[in-house]
Design a binder for this molecule. Structure first.
Ligand code: UD1
Length: 433
């Protein structure tokens, strides 16, 4: 069973700041990015309670508008509190973001969009200071369908008087989920999932009870693992339309893909064919599945070209994959993946979240054991990776390499940097994820 989408749950937590009533968010994944966002909401003065995979957020009168550097620098997605804070409080001070090591991730679309809505923005000593006595409705054309900018603007626009139109908006399923959440709070929004989103602002927002959409990137990762190991994997809980183009690419490689209402099964027996992929905003090929797909292409009978159009520096895992025997060369935003390659185990280090998932995929296929370090990257976005892989039949274990001096507490979600994941091929993956 798939977890709730990281990239939706983070935004729903931020959206809970828009009301002084409690919000309940269900199917929240246990991953460190969520722990960081919870810490952020608490730092802003909200009460947050965990109960299993449910979170209850109550941003009452004590809400403040200052997002601290220590939290924003660890997770770029923290800037998503900008829109809700300016909507609710009329001001916010947010540290400039850090986050994943995948290129200079700018925030100019967020800033220009909020300025269009009447906010005054100043950047001072690494902090973004936003102020607005009253946001005003506007037509905001985005230069690029940025996911985060679309989300910040939709949330800010709930506080404007009149209709705001976001043109060239992002169309990801997580945007639709956020808009469903906001509608549940009483917002009036049309067009989510299309390039034009209309928000009629000024409606009082109240508490909501909402289940997070399933994680399409987690689903895609396990489906790739199934295809790579020559096994059978079924994901449960995701609308297959959220991965339509990706599933078409798998079929193009010769993978047997069957879809049900909320299930996707892949099976692969024969050889894999090479294909070209080019990442694009949704509904294009998701950049978050690019690194994992390169592992599959390394097993294909021929040469594939991968073009990364969304982020710079998103080939950072290539050197590590080549250490495992892949034959990938890069030039600018293109990668040439030579196949078929026989992968063999080695010691590697996760360079970022999705690159880490690619190394796990390679480790499942490689001959011999693969030790993967810097697991804190993977922990940002994959709930119970080891448990889910073990249920699929993989031989994978989390190895704590620190010397143990007695029965200390197990590492918390955010303190496992010095653990290693050891994986080895265990025949084909099988069963459901
Ligand atoms: C979100 C996802 C991330 C995914 C990405 C693209 C979350 C928490 N993260 O990131 O997993 O890979 O969408 O699907 O939801 N850009 C600018 N100026 C801006 C904003 C963005 O130049 O103001 C550029 C970025 O540097 C990047 C591209 O636009 O090159 C895409 O960014 P965006 O769509 O905003 O992605 P995120 O919201 O950061």
């Amino acid at each position: 069973m798939l977890s709730g989408a990281k990239n939706s749950a983070l935004k729903l937590l931020a959206a809970s700041l828009l009301t002084d009533e409690p919000c309940t968010i269900r199917r929240v994944p246990h991953i460190t990015d969520i722990a960081t966002m919870v810490a952020m909401l608490r730092a802003l003065g909200a009460d947050v309670e965990y109960a299993g995979d449910q979170l209850r957020v109550h941003a009452g009168a004590a809400l403040s508008g200052c997002a601290p550097y220590e939290l924003v620098r660890t997770m770029r997605a923290s800037i998503i509190v900008m829109g809700p804070l300016v909507a609710r409080l009329g001001e916010a001070t947010i540290a400039m973001p850090g986050g994943c090591n995948i290129g200079p991730r700018r925030i100019d679309f967020h800033i220009r969009g909020l300025e269009k809505l009447g906010a005054t923005i100043e950047i001072d000593h690494g902090f973004i200071k936003i102020h607005s006595t009253q946001l005003k409705a506007a037509v905001v054309p985005l230069d690029y369908p940025s996911v985060g900018a679309t989300e910040n603007l939709v949330m800010a626009a709930t506080a404007t008087d009149g209709e705001t139109v976001i043109e060239n908006a992002a169309r990801e399923p997580e945007i639709v989920d956020l808009c469903d959440f906001l509608r549940g709070m009483g917002a009036v929004i049309e067009g989510a999932g299309t390039a034009t989103i209309r928000i009629e602002g000024g409606h009082a927002l109240h508490g909501v009870d909402h289940e997070v959409v399933a994680d399409r990137i987690e689903a895609g990762t396990y489906l790739i693992m199934g295809a790579a190991t020559g096994g059978e994997v079924t994901t449960l809980g995701l609308d297959p339309l959220h991965l339509e183009l990706f599933l078409g690419k798998l079929r193009g490689m010769g993978v047997d893909v069957r879809v049900g209402d909320r299930s996707i099964t892949v099976r692969r027996e024969g050889p894999l064919a090479p294909i070209d992929i080019s990442t694009l905003p949704h509904p294009g090929f998701a950049t978050d599945l690019q690194a994992q797909t390169m592992v599959l292409l390394s097993l294909a009978e021929g040469t594939s070209i991968v073009t990364e159009n969304v982020f710079e520096n998103r080939f950072v895992v290539v050197d590590e994959l080549n250490r495992l025997g892949a034959g990938i060369s890069t030039s600018g935003h293109h990668a040439v993946v030579e196949g078929p390659r026989a992968l063999s185990g080695s010691v590697v280090e996760a360079p970022d979240l999705r690159g880490g998932a690619a190394l796990v995929t390679a480790g499942l296929v490689a001959d011999g054991a693969t030790d993967i370090g810097a697991l804190h990257h993977i922990d940002r976005g994959y709930e119970d990776l080891v448990g889910k892989l073990a249920a699929l039949g993989a031989d994978v274990a989390r190895v704590d390499e620190r010397p143990r001096t007695g029965e200390g507490p197990r590492p918390s979600l955010s303190s496992c940097d010095d653990e290693t994941l050891r994986s080895a091929p265990a025949g084909a993956c099988g069963g459901g994820a």
